[in-house]
Ligand binder design. Structure first.
Ligand SMILES: Nc1ncnc2c1ncn2[C@@H]1O[C@H](COP(=O)(O)OP(=O)(O)OP(=O)(O)O)[C@@H](O)[C@H]1O
Length: 256
């Protein structure tokens, strides 16, 4: 088998005595889409933040193309990060900037494009996510939630990253817009040849976006397999979670 694009081994992170990640292992093949599932607070975002370098794990390795990025000098690590796009949960657009500057933010900040060319570039990327060039002149506050997600997606792909991370890409969207965003995520993998890692609570979306899925529970990956099998994997915990059943091996810790 060829080397995975991303190989995570033994990732651990403890916050104030709480072992959030307790030896996470994940392989993401190149040009494929992996969905990470897990209950609230199970460490999905922490895992993604470790990939982005926003959180430093206590132990473990994260290899991208065979190199452990946790051991790289800062400058090389930055170069790796330049190849990673991120779609944040709330979009995280800059309200003070027009959409075109948001879309080309990274390219402008790194002087990889002139301001004069950035408008055309933004129009080109906006078209990829189904938005008209005129949207580029609006401010993010003037857009609907679905349009903001598309703009955030355009920003994530503008610098043609090798890896794109999606944090709850369809949360807060109506089901049809959610399906549109899922389709755009699939396009990123198929047309741009990117490797995608997504976090989602939306099982329909997980099946659509993912080639594979992995489930985090108590700091470890307890199952990894085809996303299409979610709900009938044969793993009682994964199936309970995917089918949203109250009864099952996963007990909700509720204070009564
Ligand atoms: N910077 C931090 N400092 C302290 N604790 C943190 C920090 N980041 C995350 N945590 C804790 O780590 C745990 C996992 O958080 P994380 O955000 O990864 O959960 P999640 O699986 O993404 O949950 P959700 O689905 O609700 O977004 C939580 O208990 C959270 O409070």
């Amino acid at each position: 088998m060829s080397e995975p694009k991303i190989r995570i081994r033994g990732l651990k992170k403890n916050f104030a005595g709480k072992q959030v990640l307790d030896g996470v292992d994940i392989d993401v093949p190149a040009r494929s889409s992996m969905v990470i599932l897990g209950g609230s607070g199970s460490g999905k975002s922490v895992t993604i933040k470790c990939l982005l370098g926003l959180i430093t794990p206590d132990a473990g390795t994260i290899e991208i193309d065979g190199r452990n990025i946790l051991a790289l000098p800062a400058r090389e690590r930055e170069a790796v990060n330049d190849r990673i796009g991120m779609l944040f949960q709330n979009g995280a657009l800059f309200d003070s900037l027009p959409v075109w500057e948001n879309v080309c933010f990274k390219l402008l900040a790194q002087n990889r494009i002139t301001r004069a060319k950035a408008r055309d570039k933004a129009a080109e990327v906006l078209a990829q996510v189904g938005l008209a060039a005129s949207v580029g002149d609006l401010s993010p506050g003037e857009l609907s939630g679905g349009m903001q997600k598309r703009v955030a997606l355009a920003r994530a792909i503008a610098a043609t990253p090798d890896i794109i991370l999606f944090d709850e890409p369809t949360t807060g969207l109506d089901p049809i817009m959610g399906a549109v965003i899922d389709g755009l995520i699939r396009d990123c993998v198929q047309k741009l040849g990117a490797t995608a890692v997504s976090i989602t609570h939306d099982m329909a979306s997980a099946r659509r976006i993912g080639d594979e899925a992995a489930m985090l529970f108590k700091g470890r990956i307890i199952w990894n397999g085809p996303a299409a099998e979610l709900g009938h994997t044969g793993n009682a915990m994964v199936d309970q979670f995917a089918n949203g059943e109250r009864e099952g091996p996963i007990q909700m810790e509720l204070r009564r």
